[in-house]
Design a protein around this ligand. Structure first.
Ligand SMILES: [Mg+2]
Length: 239
C-alpha cells in the first residue's frame, strides 16, 4: 500500500555535504589552543554529537553550560572560517535526489546537530536551501541525536507523521535517532566515518555507498514497509 504523503528528513554533514575535515581541523586547533590532545579517534568517537557533549567528553565532564557554549562558539568560529576558505561541495547523488523529491511533491526538512549559523552557511554556500520546508538545527533542540527530537521537529515542520518519514544519515547516533523516532532510514557510507555493518546494527533499513544508488520508488517502499509505530506527538516549539 502506498503511503501518501511521505516526508524526507536530511542530516547535513556527511550526508548532504562533507565538511568533516573542516570540523576535525577546527577541534584540533581549539584543542591545541587549550593545550589538550585531539586525535582522529577522539573525532570518530564524538562525530555527530552536539558541541556541549563533545566539550564534556574532550575537556571536562563537569563543564557547565556556559563553558560548553563558550568553547563550542570558539570551535564554530574556526570551523566557519575553514568552510568559507575551502567551501562545501554536495556529495554524489544529492542534487538529483533533492530535485526528484521536490518534483514529486515530497516535502523535505533538515535535521542536524549543527548550530544554526553553520547550517545557514553550508546550505546557502551550496545553493540548496530552497529545497527544505523546515530546517531544524542543534540550537533548536534540547536533546541531541541519538534522541529523535531533531527529526520529530523536522517531521512536524513539514506536517508529515514521523512514521511516514525517511531519514538520510551517515552517523550511528543519527540512525539511532531515526529509529527512536519511528522513521525509516537509509544510511550512506560515502564519507566513511562509520562502517556499513555498524549502521545496519544501529537500525538502518538500507546502507548505500552513495546516494546516487537511491530511487524515489525505493524510498516509498521503505516507508511503506516501516513497522507501524505509534504516532509520536510532535514537540511544541520552545520559548
Ligand atoms: Mg552526519
Amino acid at each position: 500500500m502506498a503511503i501518501d504523503p511521505i516526508g524526507i528528513l536530511w542530516d547535513v554533514d556527511g550526508t548532504l555535504v562533507d565538511t568533516a575535515e573542516q570540523h576535525f581541523l577546527a577541534w584540533a586547533e581549539l584543542s591545541r589552543d587549550l593545550g589538550r590532545p585531539f586525535t582522529r579517534a577522539d573525532f570518530a568517537k564524538t562525530f555527530g554529537w552536539r558541541n556541549p557533549e563533545i566539550v564534556r567528553e574532550l575537556y571536562d565532564p563537569a563543564a557547565d553550560a556556559r563553558t560548553c557554549a563558550e568553547l563550542g562558539k570558539r570551535k564554530e568560529t574556526i570551523y566557519r572560517e575553514m568552510v568559507r576558505e575551502r567551501g562545501a561541495t554536495l556529495l554524489p547523488g544529492v542534487r538529483e535526489l533533492l530535485a526528484a523529491f521536490r518534483d514529486a511533491g515530497i516535502p523535505q526538512a533538515v535535521g542536524s546537530s549543527a548550530p544554526r549559523g553553520n547550517l545557514d552557511l553550508l546550505l546557502g554556500a551550496s545553493g540548496i536551501v530552497d529545497y527544505f520546508g523546515a530546517i531544524v538545527s542543534g540550537d533548536d533542540v534540547t536533546r541531541g541525536k541519538p534522541d529523535p527530537e531533531v527529526f520529530l521537529r523536522g517531521a512536524a515542520g513539514i506536517g508529515v507523521a514521523a512514521q511516514h518519514c525517511l531519514v538520510f544519515e551517515d552517523a550511528i547516533a543519527g540512525v539511532q535517532a531515526a529509529r527512536a523516532g519511528g522513521m525509516a532510514c537509509i544510511a550512506v557510507t560515502f564519507v566513511g566515518h562509520h562502517p556499513a555493518e555498524s549502521l545496519r546494527t544501529a537500525g538502518a533499513d538500507r546502507v548505500v555507498g552513495s546516494l546516487a544508488e537511491v530511487t524515489i520508488d525505493e524510498v516509498r517502499r521503505l516507508v511503506a514497509a516501516n513497522p507501524d509505530q505509534p504516532t509520536k506527538t510532535p514537540p511544541s516549539k520552545p520559548g
